[in-house]
Design a protein around this ligand. Sequence first.
Ligand code: ADP
Ligand code: MG
Length: 323
Amino acid sequence: MDEFDLIEEFFTRPTRRAEVVLGVGDDAALLTLAGAANTLAVTTDTLIEGVHFLPSAPGFDVGYKALAVNVSDLAAMGACPLAFLLSLTLPAVDRSWLAGFRDGLFALADAVGLDLIGGDTVRGPLAVTITALGTVAPGTALRRDGARPGDRVYVSGLLGEAALGFFLRAGRLSLPPEFQESVLARLDRPWPRIHEGQALVGIASAAIDISDGLVADLGHILKASGVGARLDLRRLPLSDAYDAAFPTLGYDPALVFGDDYELCFTVPPERVPALAGVASRLMCGLHYIGDIVAGAGLTLHDGQGAYTPARAGYNHFDDAGSL
Ligand code: ADP
Ligand code: MG
């Protein structure tokens, strides 16, 4: 049983409140209170020591990334960051670690305009849970269920950079020195695509952030939208560092590793000119990688023929016997 089957079997049920526009199943839930001019986007994510970060990780990076993964979910909804809650589980009070953690947390909070409004602090194995709130105009949020056959599939930025950082740190990959710092930074301090997400409101028909790998996350859009997709792997945006490592790595780290926190989104053909209009004022590139098709499932090809990655994507419960 994977984590998504678990959520579906035990925790997905119809919502009863009229205020709940969208419940379980997207990057964030959407709530519109009676009379409110804005819809609230709400998301939560947990980082656990030993699962999401190494015990040796600097406090700064843990604080930054715990918030970044939540902001990335707001970005995937096209929401504007508003505020967040911080629940900390700490084995002991380590002042210097906490000072670093706070600095990393507030560095990103200040950069994207988020206020810390509450949380909880308890003793236990090190874990950080953040709940982030954002706003979006009613009816305009980027959801997973809006992709239609004929739409184009895009990704922002570069894919596989976090994988390169992970393999480099694990000693499983050697990279020329000029590439090392940037791939480690992409793993430790991903920049959530918040401006891109907001710019895509009114343009994208569906969106998700890539936390578990392109194949798994685009798969969520396909399932929610009831469509399939066909991607051309030669179009994947890969860095010079990735190109240098490509003979050893092939496509899989860019497809199934995750942790990149780029956006994957779909755009109807008639809105492609509008996309070109906003793309020029964004910090990262937006890359056309394939098309939504009728039917179900994802087809990958590299010009030579069909391609199947070795595994589907990151999943907390996918090891046989772990649950
Ligand atoms: P993301 O990767 O965008 O953070 P997840 O893969 O963690 O999303 O979760 C998928 C969906 O399931 C989300 O809508 C999330 O809010 C919901 N979800 C996850 N765990 C639970 C749970 N225990 N109860 C209810 N909903 C959950
Ligand atoms: Mg997400």
